[in-house]
Design a protein around this ligand. Structure first.
Ligand code: NAD
Length: 386
């Protein structure tokens, strides 16, 4: 099969930059992909981070310390950008203005005004494919829920709950990093860090909250600064958002939570949808299992808990009986992004596209309202524009 090779540049060679390198290195895992990313160039302000790519990724021909040099590299057709949030605005604008396709990391700008500037640059460059990284909806259990929503199985929605919970910050001896500082992570705190993951499916389903009541908490006030002292933790650790959704003329409550400190939860992403005709739940806590409850009036209310087969958007070598994991979801997300570059949205081999810039922009509207709700102690309307 002749493959369309897509030349990639990586800006930000940290945790997530390396995850992409790993996904690209096992592209042979995908059975029918007639497209393939090839990392031609990388850039990091820290030479040691970029050196990892030079040592481990044979296709890397150029290593840069200034991302503008990477953008001028003719071998770079598309860019993965995974840098701290305060750098998103300028770098994302420069990437799309250089005519390069972009898979950018969330939250797509440190705040709403940064996000609006990025959105304006995207509108000015309609020829580039721009998507936001969000991998969890590619878990087979999550894909089943997407199918059920698209089939209209749920009847009238009663309630939705979605969340993304971490717990490593429960340890007060964990040193401070850029995610605990407002200047680098943003005033949104845990919402900017984790919230697009939680909102990707609800916004894809068209469930836009009209208003939000936010409960934001700071739990660990200071952390070791790595130099023998301590530094203040400035950002919100946990956020619970009670949202009032108005969809298809029906209102229902949606509870969204993003937690850096949820004891016992390493990386738990979940969605629960209750409806009058069908209910369903999926959590990465039990990555093989998806639960559903079909209901007809007068009938029994029994949950069906099924081991979801290893069947995601793109076919793989792995047999259906085996387990799907985090790095598999990253590979699937990358397949969706590269498929869209190679074939366009209408020509993709499956319909689930990566998170859209409009969905990232929607998350900013909700987080901005959440901050206002916390400030006033009341419910804040979400500004969806005209
Ligand atoms: N999709 C996910 O599951 C997921 C998980 C973690 C983080 N993220 C997101 O990924 C992004 C990066 O997070 P991370 O955890 O990989 O961070 P990280 O700190 O591990 O890596 C960031 C890298 O950016 C580099 N950098 C800083 N300034 C730079 C500049 N001017 N030019 C080039 N490189 C520069 C740093 O040296 C570092 O190597 C953030 O937006 C974060 O929210 C996404």
């Amino acid at each position: 099969m002749a493959k369309r090779i897509i030349g990639f540049g990586v800006i930000g060679c940290g945790l997530m930059g390396k995850e992409f390198a790993s996904a690209a290195a096992r592209w042979c895992h995908l059975t029918d992909a007639d497209f393939e990313p090839r990392i031609a160039a990388v850039c990091d302000a820290n030479p040691a981070a970029a050196q990892w790519f030079a040592d481990n990724v044979p296709s890397v021909a150029n290593v840069y310390s200034d991302y503008r040099d990477l953008l001028a590299d003719p071998a770079v057709e598309a860019v993965y950008c995974a840098v701290p949030h305060h750098l998103h605005e300028q770098i994302y604008i420069d990437i799309v203005s250089a005519g390069k396709h972009l898979l950018g990391e969330k939250p797509f700008g440190i705040d709403r005004s940064a996000n609006e500037a990025i959105s304006a640059a995207i509108r000015a460059n309609p020829g580039v494919v721009v998507r936001c990284s969000s991998e969890f909806p590619f878990f087979p259990g999550a894909q089943r829920i997407v199918e059920w929503v698209n089939e209209g199985r749920f009847g009238r929605i009663i309630e939705v709950e979605a969340g993304f919970w971490h717990s490593s910050d429960l340890d007060p001896t964990k040193p401070i990093n850029w995610k605990r500082r407002v200047a680098t992570n943003g005033e949104y705190g845990c919402m900017g860090d984790l919230g697009l993951h939680v909102l990707h499916l609800p916004l894809r389903f068209g469930w836009k909250p009209a208003s939000v009541r936010a409960l934001l908490s700071k739990i660990v006030e200071e952390r070791p600064d790595g130099r023998g002292g301590t530094a203040p933790c400035e950002t919100w650790d946990n956020a619970i958002l009670a949202c009032d959704v108005n969809a298809a003329d029906r209102r229902f409550p949606m509870i969204l939570s993003t937690k850096r400190i949820a004891p016992g939860h390493a990386n738990t992403w979940f969605i629960r949808i209750q409806g009058t005709e069908f209910s369903a739940e999926f959590s990465t806590k039990n990555p093989k299992q998806v639960a559903s409850l079909p209901y007809s009036p007068g009938g029994r209310q029994a949950w069906h808990v099924e081991d979801a087969p290893y069947r995601s958007a793109y076919g793989t070598l792995t047999g259906a009986i085996f387990e799907f994991g985090f790095s598999d979801s990253i590979l699937q997300m990358w397949a969706a992004f590269c498929d869209e570059i190679a074939h366009g949205r209408d020509g993709m081999s499956q319909p689930f596209v990566c998170a859209l810039p409009e969905e990232a922009a929607g998350s900013h509207r909700i987080f901005t309202a959440a901050l206002e709700s916390h400030r006033t102690g009341g419910t804040a309307a979400v500004d969806w524009g005209s």
